[in-house]
Write a protein that binds this ligand. Structure first.
Ligand SMILES: Cc1cc2nc3c(=O)[nH]c(=O)nc-3n(C[C@H](O)[C@H](O)[C@H](O)COP(=O)(O)O)c2cc1C
Length: 175
């Protein structure tokens, strides 16, 4: 039987340092994980070689290059950590990273997508974030924000918040 394919879309926020946790949880559930990351995630947090070792697949940050295997079709997508930047740009129809281009297409295709933001209370106080979440939800995307999902933390407490980052909730949402 073929394994189910999960795209783990990783943006530039602290939990991107800990995607090994998400990869392990997803693999335990029978997903073949393909990690797609923003340039900010790779620049500041994620170690592509370590992720490739865990998933068996190269981390994608751009379009397929000659000699690179194509991404298999996704059965589901988890966007975690999802930044303020990517959530707002996605909802506004901007597609200037490979992650955003893929998300625009996958939203249009109706592939199950769960989004787990990682924002502090200062970012979360901006009404634009809530408008963007509403737009994404109305497109069928599951944004796990607020009760039962991600709860924003006070500024400068992100490293503590990472310990309870609810990766499993995102995986539950795409089952
Ligand atoms: C150390 C560090 C921590 C950051 N933490 C967050 C965060 O928790 N949430 C967030 O939305 N952005 C955070 N940012 C800012 C994003 O990385 C920045 O907005 C970037 O443009 C996001 O790009 P992306 O959405 O394409 O990944 C952080 C940046 C750095 C360098």
């Amino acid at each position: 039987m073929n394994e189910r394919v999960l795209y783990l879309m990783v943006c530039g926020a602290g939990p991107a340092d800990h995607v090994d946790v998400a990869i392990g949880l997803a693999q335990d559930r029978g997903w073949s994980v393909h990690c797609v990351a923003t340039p900010a995630a790779v620049e500041h947090f994620l170690e592509p070689a370590a992720v490739e070792q865990l998933t068996g697949h190269a981390v994608r940050t751009g379009y397929q290059r000659q000699g690179q295997p194509p991404l298999p079709k996704a059965d589901a997508v988890v966007v975690a950590p999802a930044t303020y930047n990517t959530i707002n740009k996605w909802a506004a129809g901007i597609a200037d990273t490979y992650v955003l281009t893929q998300l625009a297409e996958l939203t249009g295709l109706g592939v199950p997508i769960a989004v787990l933001p990682f924002v502090n209370t200062a970012l979360a106080a901006n009404p634009v974030l809530h408008r963007s979440i509403d737009v994404l939800r109305s497109s069928g995307v599951q944004v796990l924000f607020g009760k039962g999902g991600f709860q924003p933390h006070p500024p400068r407490t992100g490293s503590r918040a990472m310990a309870t980052y609810p990766w499993s909730a995102a995986l539950d949402a795409v089952e």
